[in-house]
Structures are given as C-alpha cells and as structure tokens.
Design a protein around this ligand. Structure first.
Ligand code: SF4
Length: 740
C-alpha cells in the first residue's frame, strides 16, 4: 500500500500564529483564557489547557484580577467584546488572523459608505458572527444560492465571504445576487489556505483508492475540504486522528491520499502517518511469513537456503518438470504469481506518477521518509511574521526580481528595489541561483507569496554594526560622497552626515576637496528611527587632533637642525610661508626662499605646493622651527661657474655705473665688472660715454673668480672679436666667389 500526503495540509498560517500567541502568553505567566476554543480542534484545545490556556464562552466567566487576560482566537470577535474586555481591565492578546481582520475592515468601511452587506457563510460560525459585529450587526448572512435569491432588491450592496468557504460556491452566489442591486461591490475574502488545501487534495486524489481527511468534525474548513475530496469521486473519510483510521478499509486499497484541514496540528498528521507506516510494514511482513511457513510445511527435505532462494527469485521461470511434479496447490500459486508481478509493475508506475504529481512525495514513496521530510520542513519553518529575518536559498534570478526558497511551503519574492542599498541595474548583478541569503519578511500575502527584502537586512546589519561601533567608540571608515548645507555626506555603509566643523580640527574653507576621499571617522550621534530613517553623525575632529599630537611628538623626537624634510605650503603670509612638515609647522621666511631677492612669498609659492625644506634652526622650548629653501638651491655663483667660461661672449644688462667702469648682470645675482679700460679701443673719459643703465650689451668674459664672486668683462674685446669674425667671414665669402 502506498501513502501520499498532500503538499498543503494542516495548520494554516493564521492558526499557527494564534497557537504561537497563546503559547507565548502561557510562557509569560498570568491567567489566560481563550474566548471560545482557540481553534476548532479538541486535541489542540486540550494541549493548550495543559499549558494553562482555559477556553471560556463569555467574558463574565473570567474572575478579574491583575494577571487575568483574554486571547482572541483567529476567528476574531465583534468590537464590543474587545471593548468589554478593556472595561473589565483584562489583558488582551489579539490572535485574530490578519486575513479575518481584513474582512472586518472591509465590512466596517462598506457600512460607513451606506452599503447593505451580505456575508456568504454559516450564520452560527464565530468568524461570521465577528464579521457582522464589525458592521454593527447590520448584515445578512446567506449560506446558499436559494437564500441569495430571496434577498431584497437594494441600491448598494457589498458582498464578502467567510474565509473558509469554497470559491466556486461564492462565485455562484455572487452571480445570483448580481440582479438584486443597482450597485454591487464584491470582495473575495476566501483565504487561499483553504483553496490550496483543496487543490493539493485534488492533486493527490488522482489514482488514489481512498482519501483520509484529518480534522475535527467542528472545523468548517475541514468539512469544506472533505466535501471537495468527495467531489473527486474517490472514497473519502473524515477522521479526527490516528485512532479513527479505518484499518478494515486499508486492507482493500493500494493507494491512500492524506490531507488535513487548516485547524489540524502537525502532531496529528504525524501520528496518522506513523500508524499508516506500521500498517504498511505489517501487511508486507504477513505474506512473507505465510510464504516461509508454507515452504517449511511442503518442502521438509529442502534446505533452508533453498527455501530462501526460492522466495527471493520472484521471476525465476519454472521448468516443465518442476511444474508437473508440484502438487496442485503449488500450481495454483505458480499461476497467480505473474498476476502479482503485474500488480507490482503497475504499483511502481503509480509511484513514479505520484513523484511527478506531488513534490511532497519522495522517490521511494514510504510514509516514513515522507514524514521525515515533512518533519524537517516543519522544524525549519515557522510562518514568518512581518519584520522577521530568515535565511533562504535563491532559486530563480531575473533582472527585476529574485525568487527565494525560505523553507516554507511557498516561495518569497525580492523585487529589484528591495535588493540593495545601492542602485543596481539588475538582480543578476548581486545574486546567483543557489546562493544562501538573509532576507526580511516585508509582507505575507494570503496567496502564499511572501514579499521579502534583502536591502532591509543589509540596512539592519549595517545599523547594528554602526551602533556597536558607536557604543564602543570605534573608528570607522567611509567615503565622502558629496556636500550638503553645513557639511559633507559620507558613505559608511549608509549615508552619514559629517558637519563642516568636524571635518578637521580647525576651519575648512573648501569642503569640495574632500569628495571621493576615503577617511576615518568616529560616530558622535546614532539614532535609530524607523519612520524618519536612522541618523548617523560622524566626526574627524578628534581623530585629526589625535593624529596631529602623535605626529608632533614623533617630529620633535626625530627632527635635527640641518635635516632636509618634505613639506607642504599650509599658509602664506607677507613675511613668509608656514610649511606643514607632517606633524608640525615651520616658518620659511621670505629671505630664505631664494638666493635672489623675493618681493612677496606668493611670487614663487602657492598654498598646497609640496617642496623640500632645510631645517635651519630649532627652538625646542618655544616650539619654533625656522626653515630655508634657499639652502637647498644652488647659488647663482655656483650656477655661473658651471655655465660660463673665460673667453665666452655673452649678453648682459648694465645695472650700475661707477667712475671706474660698469656693472653688468649676466644672471639674477651674478654681476660682472667692465673696467673703464675695457670699454672701448680708445681712451674713455667716463663710462657713461659708452654705456647707459639697463642697456643690453655684448661682453667677453675675461676672468672668473667664483670664490671672490668676481667676473671680469670686456666690451672692447667682445667688439674686436666680433669685428675679426666679420672680416674673416667676408674673406671666406670672397674666396668662395673666386672658386665659383
Ligand atoms: S484559514 Fe486563512 S483566514 Fe482562516 S485562520 Fe487560516 S489563514 Fe486565517
């Protein structure tokens, strides 16, 4: 015999939630009462009683005390009941299923808009009684098309359904009502838990000989499910638990399909499956034992091995000799064997079929394995609530969404916008099929789809880490992404605010220069706020000051006069420039900038320039450092020594005239003297007769003395050489003409 369990069976999300709320209340302590049985299942109610949850019928039954409270079951209650509980000072735990609550909201709103309300359902069912309570008990409840046809014609009609009703029936009712009002608003409030159980039951009923529907006779959804199963034409029995398994019926069937109503707990399903397994094993052992017994009786001379061999070799052909020598009874058995084989073949075909029909069924099809699978599923998965963070495996990735197996009976969807805190083009940029990821439940729909967010989990993780860093006063890293009024925006996993006054340990004029830089910070303010968004304010001020203190200490420990150090121009003043030496600032006086005279420091330096400086003098007591740039540059005379040689004819500018001659500047800082005797090839009375200040002239270098910083120059020799050169050139040209 083969057993199949429906993919969707047992506790629905709403009931599971209600039981969880009740169990948590019991753990909290106090006296808790459920108004009516928490679910329509005596076994569940009894278990809850053991934990201290007492079912009552009316609030008046509760003896009021500080620790007394009432649990509203998943069916919900009319609003006046909640009001009464409040007035009596009772604690309230509302386990009304969110889907039922939605119906309450719909009818309340319809009533407010002046609609007559029709509820398709059982008038005595607590869920329906609660629903009509939410529209001020001004609703008509109908249970059949006949009742629908008797409704009065009205102007405005709103139609809802008890959540556990059948869809087809609801559609038929709506069709019947349509002509009865000028305006009709229809809300299909039937829960998909019921529909899914019905669909899964239909799936496994194909090829089954018997359907067992597990559930309490009082459960409406179980009754609907059983009716649905009966409609498949397969023999259907509704049983409460394992004790009601119809063992006699099982003898005659080869495939049993099992399903369970939304108020049937997992342990009842397990018990039934266990019992079915026991029965299956027993029914397999009995024929084997009978065969062995028969072998022992008929073949006293055969060895035990031979008997076992015969039993194992099912399709061994029987020889004619053997066949004729066997007694008649044996012949009959031999004839019936091929039939048994056929049955075995068809059974395995049915098994394969079942595997493809129902994912809940594994390849062997044994109920034990089936249950192990289901148990693992149940152990791993509790219906997640909004805000829960759960693990899942990516099973499909599209550009705009990712499907995730979150271990339940349905998949969750992450839309692109919920994938990442950063802008991404496609979900494929982030995850692959098979990846295990953490997701947050944003919303669970009654159709079983769960809307998930990876972004929110990432955000929470980042917030948790930042909160930890804030509490521990840790240093964090981030990249400056932009400027805003009053400061900078920094990506620290999320966007943090860096006030302008906390960018450095002093005033910063240009904030733009920080954009794109990766820096270290400390969190100075951390506020989690779900509604307005969490806020993180960061600062570098303290870190910069600390670093400066460290570098300063290191600077004074290592600095010596005469060293050359790299620096950066921090600030320019009229008398010089302050140079940041990486921990300390030194003054580069204007007179130490160049060998020549510098009018203003800004003529040669800009803020931010990097340069090497010479440590000219240190005043450790007053913490002052004098710097020189000039010391590291070649003097004009050193340059002149390299550049000029005696005999060179060069140009220069007359800078000063003296009675004995004229001073001529060859390069800035390098002057030479043209003695009056070297000014012309005739006797010169006064130098002014030959040259004027600022005049550019050609001169010949006749002597160089770098040590004395003296250069002797001659205008006369320069002119003579030039004339000689011109004469020579003239002669050369004439020779060329004659040759020609
Ligand atoms: S059957 Fe649906 S509506 Fe009813 S409790 Fe379960 S989940 Fe909620």
């Amino acid at each position: 015999m083969q057993t199949r369990l429906a993919r969707n069976a047992g506790f629905c999300a709403g009931v599971r939630r209600a039981v969880k709320i009740a169990e948590e209340a019991a753990e909290e302590g106090g006296r808790w009462y459920s108004l009516g049985p928490l679910v329509h299942n005596d076994a569940v109610v009894d278990r809850l009683k053991e934990k201290g949850i007492i079912p009552i019928n009316r609030l008046e039954e509760i003896q009021v005390s500080e620790d007394a409270g009432v649990i509203i079951r998943s069916h919900g209650v009319p609003p006046e009941i909640i009001e009464q509980a409040r007035e009596r000072g009772l604690g309230i735990k509302d386990a009304t299923c969110p889907l039922v609550k939605r119906v309450h909201e719909i009818v309340a709103s319809l009533r407010g808009e002046g609609y007559e309300i029709v509820v398709f359902g059982d008038a005595n069912h607590p869920e329906v009684q609660a629903i009509i309570g939410w529209c001020n008990h001004q609703a008509q409840v109908i249970a059949s098309i006949e009742e629908a046809c008797q409704l009065q014609v009205v102007n405005k009609l709103g139609v809802v359904s008890q959540t556990t009703k059948d869809n087809e029936e609801f559609y038929a009712i709506v069709k019947a009502i349509l002509p009865l009002a000028k305006e009709i608003r229809v809300f299909n409030t039937i829960c998909s838990a019921t529909r899914k159980r019905q669909q899964a039951a239909r799936e496994i009923s194909s090829g089954a000989d018997l359907i067992l529907v597990l559930g309490d006779p009082k459960s409406s959804n179980t009754a609907t499910l059983a009716r649905e199963c009966q409609n498949t034409g397969v023999k259907t029995l509704q049983i409460r638990d394992a004790s009601e398994i119809p063992i006699d019926c099982l003898q005659e069937v080869s495939t049993v399909a099992i399903t369970a109503g939304a108020s049937t707990p997992d342990w009842i399903i397990k018990e039934v499956l266990d019992r079915m397994t026991e029965f299956e094993e027993k029914s397999q052992q009995e024929p084997e034992q009978e065969a062995i017994n028969e072998q022992n009786i008929s073949g006293e001379e055969e060895t035990t091995d031979a008997a076992v061999g015969a039993a194992e070799t099912v399709d061994q052909p029987i020889s004619e000799e053997e066949a004729t020598s066997e007694p008649v009874a044996e012949e009959e058995e031999a004839v019936s064997e091929p039939a048994a084989e056929e049955e075995a073949v068809s059974e395995s075909a049915a098994e394969e079929e079942a595997v493809s029909e129902s994912p809940a069924k594994d390849e062997s099809g044994s109920t034990e394995e089936l249950f192990a699978k289901m148990e693992a599923e149940m152990a791993d998965f509790e219906t997640p609530s909004r805000g829960d963070i759960i693990k899942g495996t990516v099973i499909q990735v599209q550009d705009d969404e990712v499907m995730v197996d979150v271990g339940g009976k349905s998949e969750g969807i992450i839309p692109l916008r919920e994938m990442s805190l950063k802008d991404i083009e496609s979900c494929k940029d982030l995850v692959n099929v098979g990846d295990e990821i953490e997701v947050m439940v944003v919303k669970w729909d009654d159709d079983g789809t769960t809307l998930l967010s990876k972004k929110k989990v990432d955000n929470q993780k980042i917030l948790n880490k930042l909160e930890e860093d804030f509490n521990a006063d840790s240093i964090i890293e981030g990249t400056v992404t932009g400027t805003v009024k009053g400061g900078l925006l920094v990506d620290v996993g999320m966007t943090a605010f860096l006030p302008a006054s906390h960018v450095e340990d002093g005033y910063v004029r240009d904030l733009e220069q920080y954009i794109g830089r990766n820096l270290q910070f400390k969190i100075i303010e951390f506020n989690r706020n779900k509604r307005r968004g969490s806020q993180v304010v960061i600062s570098r001020k303290e870190l910069v000051a600390e670093e400066k203190r460290r570098l300063k200490k290191e600077f004074w420990e290592t600095v010596e006069e005469g060293q050359t150090r790299p620096g950066r121009v921090k600030r320019i003043v009229d008398y010089g420039a302050f140079i940041d030496l990486g921990g300390f600032e030194g003054l580069l006086h204007v007179s130490e900038m160049e060998h020549r005279r510098v009018e203003h420091p800004s003529d040669i330096l800009n803020e931010g320039d990097e340069l090497d400086v010479y440590i000219l003098a240190l005043d450790r007591e007053r913490e002052r450092v004098s710097l020189s740039r000039k010391k590291l540059l070649k003097s004009p005379w050193e340059i002149a020594e390299e550049k000029y040689s005696e005999g060179d004819i060069v140009e220069g500018t007359v800078v000063r005239i003296a009675p004995f001659g004229a001073f001529v500047e060859l390069d800035p800082g390098v002057d030479g003297l043209v003695h009056i005797s070297q000014m012309a090839d005739y006797r010169v009375e006064k130098p002014e007769d030959v040259v004027t200040v600022n005049e550019r002239i050609k001169i010949k270098i006749i002597s160089i003395d770098p040590e004395q910083k003296r250069i002797g120059l001659s205008i006369r020799q320069a002119q003579e050489e030039e004339e000689a050169y011109e004469v020579q050139q003239y002669l050369d040209e004439q020779e060329d003409d004659e040759d020609f």
